[in-house]
Design a protein around this ligand. Structure first.
Ligand code: NDP
Length: 286
């Protein structure tokens, strides 16, 4: 089986190393705090003296791209393929690709779309971008972690897809917590709301009348946002009522207030009779 090195042994990197071991690969590990390698060494991994004392394929999972610079320092990377699955900004990823190339290596960027317990499980996938040939060459090994989705040659693109997914994840789940908190002020247990929230989450992603992921995507692609049946103005007023309700209940309202400000700006810009999708025009012009 192929050699693979995992750099960074936080919850993600440690699980990745374990997953590669379980898939039968020869695994080398390196971490700033070397003691975190001990459980993996006990399972058969080799502890590298430096992050460049390794084979061709390096899978990096650290808190940031700065951590990669701190870890690799002045080491040469000739012939190495670095697959960095850490969080960063798209610009940081593009700069990192140039930095790695300057040391003789090649960088493939990625964003893995599961938390540690999902690694190696069905349904897990990773967005990758950057050069496709080195990714294809190592795809069989990387598939042990998650399915491989190459989204383009631009090294920043993997992180854009990853952040696109996380924006939906964080904002919808924060709204879910506002919802649970609001109902909680009237004595409703979170469990009582779960089935309704599930209905909404499933509906938004589906093809039925609540399937707004598709509906809005198609409207935005066409640049046309029909609002005859549910205008943005009506929704801005309704959102105002929801913010008022949260305040009356004594809750924190930063995020709902920000949404309200965005809706009201689109309305004030004269697009209140269009549908919700028209909000994208305001997002595009801050
Ligand atoms: P962290 O983001 O906390 O990263 C921990 C790792 O970063 C450790 O190996 C730590 O080393 C290393 N590190 C931090 N600073 C430095 C530095 N200056 N130099 C060298 N190493 C450094 O933990 P996770 O494992 O949870 O996440 C890793 C990456 O995966 C992150 O970018 C995260 O956004 C991403 N991710 C995480 C998910 C999750 O659910 N946890 C899901 C999807 C992606 P040390 O042990 O020495 O402190």
């Amino acid at each position: 089986m192929t050699d693979v090195t995992v750099i960074g042994l936080g919850p993600m990197g440690s699980t990745m190393a374990e997953t590669f071991l379980a898939a039968g690969h020869d695994v080398t590990v390196w971490n700033r705090t070397a003691s975190k390698a001990e459980p993996l060494v006990a399972k058969g991994a080799r502890l590298a003296a430096t992050p460049a004392d390794t084979g061709e394929l390096l899978v990096i999972s650290q808190i940031s791209y700065q951590a990669m610079y701190d870890s690799l320092g002045d080491l040469r990377l000739d012939g190495k393929v670095l697959v960095n699955l850490s969080s960063g900004t798209p610009e940081e990823l593009r700069a990192a690709a140039r930095w790695v190339a300057g040391r003789g290596g090649v960088l493939v960027t990625g964003g893995i779309m599961v938390p540690p317990p999902g690694i190696g499980r069905p349904g897990a996938y990773t967005f990758y971008s950057g050069p496709k040939e080195p990714l294809d060459r190592h795809a069989e090994t990387l598939k042990a972690l998650a399915d491989v989705h190459h989204v383009g040659a631009d090294e920043g693109l993997a992180m854009m897809y990853y952040q696109a997914q996380l924006l939906v994840f964080w904002s919808s789940l924060t709204s879910y917590m506002h919802a649970v908190a609001l109902l909680g002020t009237a004595g409703v247990a979170p469990q009582d709301f779960i089935p309704y929230a599930q209905e909404t989450f499933t509906g938004l992603g589906g093809d039925g009348p609540m399937g707004f992921a598709r509906i809005l995507g198609e409207e935005i692609a066409a640049g046309v946002y029909p609002g005859e049946l549910n205008s943005l103005h009506m929704q801005a007023v309704g959102l105002g009522h929801a913010v008022h309700a949260l305040k009356d209940a004594g809750l924190e309202t930063t995020v709902p207030e920000a949404l309200k400000a965005l809706f009201e700006r689109a309305d004030a810009e004269g697009r209140g009779q269009e549908g919700l999708g028209t909000v994208i025009e305001s997002i595009r012009k801050p």
